[in-house]
Write a protein that binds this ligand. Structure first.
Ligand SMILES: [Zn+2]
Length: 260
């Protein structure tokens, strides 16, 4: 089945969108709010991926890239070299192992409660070693679990295995607080479920405003689901972000080692 953009991206966006975005970003900039973007399901250097990379590079905006270990090999990594993979704009990190669901029932998860600690640990390490072997020093040890969820055991193993952070959605459970930093995303651009585009926009802008109030705006991207309007929106949004001098764009690397 062909993947489709969420309904809000198949309709004209609100006429006052730019003003509303500025209304959120200007106060955020005044308060030196951090902002980061996380692109999931990275592996194939296809047209959508390349278009996304060109867009972020053109705006000189940082992007955290969640790479599925099973989807990347030396040939594909070589093809990605045109984007200067060691540029500090990029933060290549781990997105699961195969992006496979292992839950027997309930919500999807690759590292959920239906697996033993040993299989979780071995899949995590296998994925990381594969990425380290292919990406070399461009790899940064943050873990984004597929579907933004993982078990408590997974969080404990990540901490024990020396990962710098996990990245899920804001308020994900179980909480990671005492174990490992959670560089959570708060805004979902492309996997939204609202069937009514107007409601989709309202919720998206609410998520953005709420994240800005919290002091950190994390934005999740799925390039396979992006149509022309999604790219046009990001183009506009990145330009607005760049125009707000006080806003602090960064990667996971930057968020974990803030400049004093
Ligand atoms: Zn994913």
């Amino acid at each position: 089945m062909e993947k489709r953009s969420a309904p809000l991206w198949n309709d004209a966006w609100p006429v006052d969108l730019e003003q509303r975005l500025e209304g959120i970003l200007a106060p955020a900039a005044a308060n030196a709010v951090e902002i980061f973007f996380r692109a999931d399901d990275i592996g194939a250097p296809d047209a959508g991926f390349r278009r996304l990379m060109h867009l972020f590079r053109r705006h000189r905006m940082p992007l955290c890239l969640a790479v599925v270990p099973a989807w990347i090999d030396r040939k594909r990594w070589r093809q990605m070299q045109e984007f200067t993979v060691h540029d500090p704009l990029w933060c290549w990190h781990q997105h699961g192992l195969c992006h496979a669901n292992h839950q027997e029932s309930g919500r999807k998860s690759e590292f959920g409660s239906h697996r033993s600690c040993e299989t979780i640990r071995s899949d995590l390490v296998r994925g990381r070693e594969h990425l380290q072997a292919i990406l070399g020093p461009a790899f940064f040890p943050v873990f984004t679990p597929p579907w933004n969820r993982c078990s408590l055991e997974t969080l404990q193993i990540l901490a024990r295995e020396g990962y710098a952070a996990v990245s899920r959605t804001v308020n994900a459970r179980p909480a990671a607080t005492s174990l490992i930093p959670d560089l959570a995303v708060a805004v979902d651009l492309h996997t939204r479920k609202e069937q009514d585009p107007a409601l989709g926009w309202q919720n998206l802008l609410d998520e953005l405003a709420c994240a800005a109030d919290s002091g950190r705006i994390g934005i999740m991207i799925h390039h396979q689901l992006m149509n022309d309007r999604c790219f046009a929106f990001l183009d506009l949004f990145l330009a607005l972000c760049r125009g707000q001098a006080g806003l602090c764009p960064g990667t996971f690397r930057d968020l974990l080692s803030p400049v004093s």
